[in-house]
Design a protein around this ligand. Structure first.
Ligand code: ADP
Ligand code: TRP
Length: 331
């Protein structure tokens, strides 16, 4: 049976990239024949979010994003990473068989080292926490604790999945086949661009929010970078940020229509209005549920607690087995 698992880090407000890259494909994958594990990676967020009240607020926002996007807590295990202690316990056991060199090659760590080198720091690891360094290891543990088989993620997470596969294989070779070697499920090869033309990311301040009022949504669409071409001039859709963002959610038919508007010299303001209208159509039902959930923290807390109980019914026995394999037994 397929065991589908994915998480989102509450390190910022959820955005269109998270929805297109992770939330929607995960929910689309679920059917009666699979088991699913969807969670809020709050332990990962501690690496980036230093303000405790902000972390709590962002965890709540990610929970609402999942629920408003259609997650049915009765049909899936929906939980908070920190409510499942087996994850951190397994992370330690995995760290004992993982070579440091594997994590040296992880993108986020390499980027932090490059930044130190560029700014002429003497110590290449200056300011880099052990948490950031072992981020991929904790992620491997998220995936292996409930022994997942399929992990829907955006393309930027592919390397983390490769690291997870390596770690699972290493464990299986050493202690006997126990873990599934999980596959990444990447539905959209294209990364959703942000309003400034870079990857849409919570870290870049370039997001189109998933949960917002109509007015805020419009404001963020109007911020998308364009060039100085006037209305009436033919516009190129290739390598155009506005078109690229549109293509991440609009149907093929709508995209063809937009290509024609570009060819006919649509003004940027009008083009943005069309992008906004189409996006608003897609996000309106999510907004309605967002408002419903916004005033009901207690209910969300209950859902998460019962999700943790559900997943722990599986992770507690798995950890017991793993410990036995490793040689940590009752005397
Ligand atoms: P961020 O980069 O904003 O911090 P996360 O790293 O928390 O986002 O990503 C959560 C999920 O959303 C991951 O599966 C990731 O691949 C996906 N994702 C994030 N940004 C994008 C994007 N711009 N396009 C497509 N998928 C994305
Ligand atoms: N690292 C992922 C991200 O930032 C979030 C995440 C944490 C995750 N644990 C996971 C995704 C396990 C899939 C599976 O996007």
């Amino acid at each position: 049976m397929k065991r589908i698992l994915t998480g989102i880090t509450p390190s910022g407000y959820p955005h269109l990239g998270n929805y297109i890259g992770a939330i929607k494909p995960s929910l689309d994958l679920l059917d009666e024949k699979c088991e699913s594990f969807l969670f809020i990676a709050d332990l990962h967020a501690v690496i980036k979010v230093s303000d405790p009240s902000r972390l709590a607020e962002l965890s709540n926002a990610i929970a609402i994003a999942w629920l408003a996007s259609g997650l049915d807590p009765n049909k899936t295990s929906f939980y908070r990473q920190s409510d499942v202690p087996e994850i951190t316990e397994l992370a330690w056991l995995l760290s004992c068989i993982t070579e440091k060199g594997l994590l040296n090659r992880a993108h986020a760590y390499k980027a932090a080292v490059d930044q130190n080198n560029e700014s002429g720091k003497k110590e290449i690891d200056e300011g880099i926490s052990l948490g950031l360094f072992s981020y991929p290891l904790l992620m491997a543990s998220d995936i292996l604790t409930p022994n997942a088989t399929h992990v829907p993620v955006g393309k930027d997470q592919q390397q983390h999945l490769e690291i997870t596969r390596d770690i699972a294989e290493k464990f299986n070779n050493k202690y006997g086949k126990f873990f599934n070697v999980p596959e990444a499920v990447i539905q959209n090869e294209k990364t959703v661009l942000g309003t400034d033309g870079r990857k849409m990311s919570k870290s870049y301040n370039n997001i189109i929010p998933l949960l917002s009022t109509e007015k805020e949504l419009k404001k963020s669409v109007m911020k998308i970078v364009t060039n100085s071409q006037e209305p009436g001039e033919k516009k190129e859709w290739k390598n155009n940020t506005l078109f690229s963002i549109y293509s991440s959610f609009a149907s093929d038919e709508k995209q063809e229509e937009m290509k024609n508007f570009f060819k006919d010299g649509i003004g940027w303001g009008d083009a943005k209005q069309k992008v906004f209208e189409e996006l608003n159509l897609m996000l309106s039902p999510i907004r309605e549920k967002f408002i419903e959930h916004s005033n009901n923290k207690k209910h969300i807390e209950e859902i998460l607690k019962s999700g943790a109980e559900k997943v722990r019914a599986q992770t507690v026995p798995i950890l017991k087995e793993v410990k036995k394999l490793v040689g940590i037994n009752a005397l």
